[in-house]
Design a protein around this ligand. Structure first.
Ligand SMILES: *[C@@H]1O[C@H](CO)[C@@H](O)[C@H](O)[C@H]1NC(C)=O
Ligand SMILES: *[C@@H]1O[C@H](CO)[C@@H](O)[C@H](O)[C@H]1NC(C)=O
Ligand SMILES: *[C@@H]1O[C@H](CO)[C@@H](O)[C@H](O)[C@H]1NC(C)=O
Length: 465
């Protein structure tokens, strides 16, 4: 009897605790934000691997530990000439950039388990999703009053808004993200790029006439505002070729004639970083554009990581096992901002960008391929092991007081939980073991990043049954 009473009290207490956790969205009642000595050791070990990794792979870059275990400065050699000037202030870039490794490891590891495509179920589950969020994703040139007329808002988004995410974490194996740097013309990476399971390109990057350097495969294309408005031009870039893979690895590429039927167009998926415009809807409907078009739902990394290149890496990391990077300006000797297909133009913070990508490589997120790092079998020396990254990530989550820090329950990271929409088409994960295992680990949950959410809590949708 006493035992039963005790059990009742324990059950009641844990029930109350669960409600409190639910209300506050933060499970720090049992002091789970406390860092153990193992946690601190893992952060020290990460820093020490990181310094060695940057030194071994960064072509002159050095990492210097800051005032705690999270801070790190990436420093260029003193003879580096910062050629880029801020057009507003006229100031040249510095040679030292500060990053927070704990922030980076916690946020990027979360990206790997998140969905980065905007869906209807996300907007449905978000408090004020239709009134506020949806409105932000629609171009304001039209007379819309914060989506007060929800029907009208839904109509505007309908062509780019799937009910459920079309892709799942780890659905794809090896992916390559191709930037638009003029450096691409220094190395013939074409064949190598075509050997990836999926290739992600950016904006109006052409393939025709550059295949030796950039390959022919194109699975996804990330679009900024300008490119999205010229959706018809972008959709024409691909589908110029039909690729036949013959037995024995022989590849036959056929060029279509000018009047090829639109149904022949390639299946390149277009992902828009910004907003949907009426002009885009019109083009999708009337041309018609047959490529799938989606809006991206990204995590926020602050000012260090805003460009299309980083968004493309973020998208790749959310669906691929490994991500390799080509065509970014990441070698010493930067003179001017060039694209492989056009004249040079006004660029932005090339040294900071180079330092940031080096940080990503030394956190095991990506592998850099560049003219000076062209060996496909190059080993990234001193890259931290997966187990060290996991330990450092858990320590960082505690230190940064992130939602669900240190919990072994994947749903502890959810600050909003809703039921999944019943989709017409289930996500096809194929037979990739990694994707199926991940699906089991999260018990079918889909996790969406919530921008500017305190503690980086996520919005999660769980299976209906
Ligand atoms: C809302 O938008 C729909 C679709 O454009 C339109 O048919 C309807 O009349 C609008 N409702 C109001 C109250 O303005
Ligand atoms: C490729 O080169 C040919 C011949 O110079 C040119 O006519 C064509 O417009 C080029 N294609 C692209 C996409 O630049
Ligand atoms: C992401 O999912 C994997 C399982 O696929 C799990 O081991 C890992 O802890 C998760 N990462 C985060 C940040 O939740």
């Amino acid at each position: 009897m006493r035992l039963l009473q005790l059990a009742f009290v324990v059950a009641l207490a844990s029930g109350v605790a669960a409600i409190l956790i639910y209300i506050t969205g933060v499970s720090n009642l049992d002091g789970s934000f406390h860092l153990s000595s193992e946690d601190l050791e893992s952060l020290e070990s990460l820093q020490s691997h990181f310094r060695k990794c940057v030194s071994a792979n960064g072509l002159g870059l050095q990492a210097v530990t800051g005032k705690d275990n999270c801070e790190v400065s990436l420093v260029f050699p003193s003879n580096t000439a910062p050629n880029w000037k801020d057009p507003k202030t006229g100031e040249r870039e510095g040679l030292s950039f500060n990053f927070n490794l704990c922030e980076a490891v916690a946020t990027w590891e979360q990206v790997r388990n998140s969905t980065t495509i905007l869906t209807r179920e996300f907007i449905d589950a978000l408090p004020n999703g239709w009134e506020e969020y949806a409105w932000r994703r629609i171009n304001k040139g039209v007379h819309l009053n914060n989506c007060e007329n929800r029907t009208l808002c839904m109509e505007k988004l309908s062509l780019v808004l799937p009910d459920r995410p079309p892709y799942a974490p780890k659905q794809l194996g090896r992916c390559a993200v191709i930037g638009n740097s003029g450096d691409l013309l220094k190395t013939k990476f074409g064949k190598e790029i075509d050997s990836y399971d999926a290739v992600i390109r950016e904006n109006g990057a052409p393939i025709e006439n550059f295949t030796e350097y950039v390959g022919t495969k194109s699975t996804f294309r990330l679009l900024n505002r300008g490119s999205a408005k010229a959706l018809d031009k972008v959709a024409e870039l691909y589908g110029i070729y039909t690729i036949f893979r013959l037995v024995g690895g022989l590849i036959l590429i056929c060029k279509h004639t000018k009047n090829f039927k639109s149904t022949d167009k390639g299946k390149e998926v277009l992902i828009v970083k910004t907003t949907i415009h009426d002009i885009m809807n019109k083009m999708i409907r009337e041309i018609p554009i047959l490529n799938p078009v989606y809006l991206m739902l990204g995590a926020s990394f602050g000012s260090a990581a805003k460009g299309t290149g980083l968004k493309a890496l973020e998208f790749a990391l959310s669906i691929c096992d490994t991500v390799d990077m080509y065509g970014f300006t990441v070698d010493p000797g930067y003179k001017e901002w060039t694209r492989y297909f056009s004249e040079s133009r006004q660029g932005h913070t090339p040294l900071q960008g180079r330092a940031y990508y080096q940080m990503m490589e030394c956190l095991g997120l990506i592998k850099i391929h560049s003219p000076m790092r062209a060996d496909p079998n190059r080993i990234v020396k001193w890259v931290p092991s997966q187990s060290l990254i996991t330990a450092a990530r858990i320590a960082s989550e505690k230190l940064l007081r992130r939602v669900g820090a240190g919990s072994s329950d994947p749903l502890a990271k959810c600050s909003i939980i809703a039921k999944q929409l019943k989709a017409k088409f289930a996500v096809l994960m194929g037979s990739r073991k990694a994707a199926v295992e991940h699906y089991k680990y999260v018990r079918g949950t889909t996790m969406y990043p919530l921008e500017h959410n305190p503690g980086h809590g996520q919005l999660c949708t769980v299976p209906s049954k």
